[in-house]
Design a protein around this ligand. Structure first.
Ligand code: GAL
Length: 667
């Protein structure tokens, strides 16, 4: 475990570099990420290349024994390029071109832009591919950020049609799969298919997304595939000259839900995953369970330790700032990342910029470049990591629970949300949050992977399941697994069309239930009671008929009073549970306790608000990280004798942790 910073030496005079790097050495900063926005330095005019500035930076880093993650600079095409080749610009859903002046103003499918990237990426890789200062590569920066995954330009339309030809082969097949007889949408050729722009298909109210749901879902898949192939091309350019591992910095789940990249697919091109973690800033404050969930997702895309490539380092925002991290929080957030599987945590940014849009976005150092409170805190963290690393290798939480993450289901739900207040990402988080509160780590996985190592698999709102996913879930349960399915599962086919089977469609037999009637609540509340205690459903109620399942929860109000809301079914050697309604957060915790008792998930006996507890291992040693996200001290029961690796003190039965404090316990 170690720390790094995002560094922009090109924005400061060379005279300053020495001070920066000495300070970094003192703080145990081992790695810097550089160069992600520097196209106009590499190629100030078309075809005129300059690498001297980067040579100098890498040379200086070498003297200070700091390694670098070097980026491909494609996130910011330079102004001359945009002026000369305006066709590279992304078009939004209204057909408006994104202009330069900000970032990510390009289309992933632009062949001109891809050629330009190929040329510069190859030159950079050729020049630096074996440079020992470099230890890794970052492709672009935050792919898909600010709604840039989905472009609506003519080139995208053309490529989308080709993508459809590849998928459907004949237009009559497409017509059949999309059900275009509805509303006279029948196409005579692929050339007639329009990219789903606003105006061509949106209803007066955008929210309803009036276009054919099959076309929309395929368009989302096509856009995600376009980002993946753009990334794949950049990786190939680099791998031709370099063996250093490649990543790209991903976005948190709530942003990616909107921008839409299938990160499981994207991760296939990468050697390791990383993401950007901003917790308290202009646009809100992330709850600690959501941050932990994001770590778990990024860990899950490759099932290996990951990096935080940008970790908040100060007060931040563009036009307005969020609060400065209270003393202890930078260290706490860094430990939380490591506990959840991060191997390197890189702070954004080293020194706060004097100019540009992000002049309020504070780094480790303020604008004056002087080391202050935040510098001291990250130095202390760096020093602790140095010591801990003598005893611990790369850590991964020991997860016995898996949550299925399906981008298809998420996008389908984002196209037609089923009912007011329902959101795939938030619903998934509600399960993770309950596990988190009880200190039970969970992995996010694809449904079609081998699930046999998990004691418990939760599949929230798996709206659609392909055959391979269905087979995998069925074989997991049949062979003794414990599977929890929920309302709005198994009801659609892969073209986003409803299935003719009674809900929960493809899962009906496994769950031993049929749903002939359901109630989208839209603001109404229904009382429920069951193994999760007493609760209230706010979103959805499936009125369950049991075929072979037993009821373990019932509705206690409304016209379906007394009918099952939750069931358990024996399936082969395992069990399939079905939750027909949503329940409140506290009841979710009770529900997880119910499963913990049944499956021995090693959860805490009770929740301590704001305390994050993660059991993790490097393959040899097992350690428990306990992190206090509260502004007050807490006492946490331990139940066995352990040692705190930070204080080197023995801990018996319980440990007291200061506000925003951390303990790393080992037996
Ligand atoms: C990230 C981005 C950085 C910087 C930071 C602060 O999203 O990757 O380049 O902009 O946010 O806004």
């Amino acid at each position: 475990m170690r720390i790094g910073v995002d560094y922009y030496p090109e924005q400061w005079s060379e005279k300053r570099w020495k001070t920066d790097l000495e300070l970094m050495n003192k703080a145990n900063i081992k790695v810097v990420r550089i160069g992600e926005f520097s196209w106009s330095l590499y190629e100030p005019q078309e075809g005129e290349f300059d690498f001297a500035w980067m040579d100098k930076i890498l040379d200086t880093l070498r003297k200070y024994n700091i390694s670098a993650v070097l980026c491909t600079p494609s996130a910011t095409p330079p102004k001359w390029m945009v002026d000369k080749y305006p066709q590279i610009l992304q078009e939004d859903v209204y057909g408006r071109q994104k202009l330069s002046g900000t970032r990510k103003h390009y289309c992933f499918n632009s062949s001109v832009y891809r050629d330009k990237c190929h040329m510069l990426n190859s030159k950079i890789a050729e020049r630096y591919g074996k440079n020992p200062v470099i230890e890794g590569w970052q492709i672009d920066n935050e792919l898909g950020w600010a709604n840039t995954t989905r472009c609506y330009c003519d080139e995208c339309q053309d490529k989308f049609r080709k993508w459809l030809i590849h998928k459907f082969k004949t237009i009559s097949n497409l017509n059949k799969k999309y059900g275009t007889l509805t509303w006279s949408q029948v196409y005579n050729s692929f050339d007639e298919v329009m990219i789903p722009k606003a105006g061509t298909c949106y209803e007066t109210d955008n929210e309803t997304q009036g276009q054919n749901p099959g076309l929309l879902l395929d368009y989302y898949r096509f856009c995600s595939d376009s980002v993946c192939s753009f990334t794949q091309e950049a990786c190939e350019d680099i791998r031709k000259y370099s063996a250093f591992p490649i990543t790209t910095n991903m976005l948190d789940a709530s942003i990616n839900s909107g921008t839409g990249i299938d990160y499981f697919k994207l991760a296939k091109s990468l050697d390791f995953t990383s993401w950007d973690n901003y917790i308290e800033f202009q646009w809100g404050v992330a709850e600690d369970s959501a941050v932990s969930r994001d770590h778990a997702l990024v860990r899950g895309y490759k099932k290996q330790p990951f990096w935080v490539m940008e970790q908040q380092a100060g007060p931040c925002g563009w036009s307005k700032m969020g609060p400065t991290p209270t003393p202890g929080k930078l260290r706490l957030w860094t430990y939380s990342a490591v506990a959840n599987g991060a191997d390197t945590v890189v702070y954004f940014r080293w020194r706060s910029a004097l100019s540009g849009l992000e002049e309020y976005w504070h780094g480790v150092l303020n604008h004056d470049g002087l080391p202050g409170r935040r510098y001291e805190e990250i130095s202390k963290t760096g020093e602790e990591f140095e010591k801990l690393s003598l005893h611990l290798g790369k850590l991964m939480p020991k997860a016995e629970v898996a949550i299925i993450k399906s981008f298809d289901s998420e996008w389908s739900q984002s196209i037609h949300s089923h009912v007011e207040g329902f959101n795939y990402d938030k619903y998934e988080l509600s399960f993770y949050r309950a596990l988190y509160k009880l200190g039970i780590p969970a992995d996010f996985v694809r449904a079609d992977q081998n699930l046999s190592k998990y004691k418990f698999v939760i599949a929230p709102a798996l709206v659609m399941a392909q055959n391979s996913e269905l087979d995998s879930l069925a074989s997991y349960a049949r062979n003794g697994g414990c599977l929890l399915l929920t309302f709005r599962s198994g009801i659609k086919d892969e073209n986003n069309s409803m299935l003719p089977q009674t809900a929960p469609g493809v899962f009906s037999e496994m769950a031993g239930v049929t749903i002939n009637d359901y109630d989208p609540l839209m603001g109404k509340e229904t009382d429920v009671s069951g193994v999760f205690g007493k609760s209230i459903a706010h979103i959805w109620c499936d009125i369950i008929n049991t075929t072979s399942a037993n009821s373990i929860g019932v509705y206690t109000s409304d016209f379906y009073f007394g009918k099952p809301c939750m069931t358990e079914n024996k399936y082969g050697d395992g069990r399939v549970f079905y939750m027909g309604c949503d329940i409140e957060d506290d009841s979710m915790v009770t529900l997880i306790k119910y499963f913990d008792k049944m499956l021995n998930l090693n959860g805490l006996p009770y929740e301590i608000k704001g305390v994050e507890s993660v059991e993790t291992s490097d393959g040899k040693s097992q350690v428990r990280f306990i992190m206090n996200h509260n502004e007050y001290p807490v006492v946490v029961p331990i139940y066995r004798r352990m040692n705190d690796m930070l204080t080197k003190m023995p801990v018996d039965s319980c440990i007291s942790i200061e506000p925003y404090g951390v303990a790393v316990l080992k037996e």
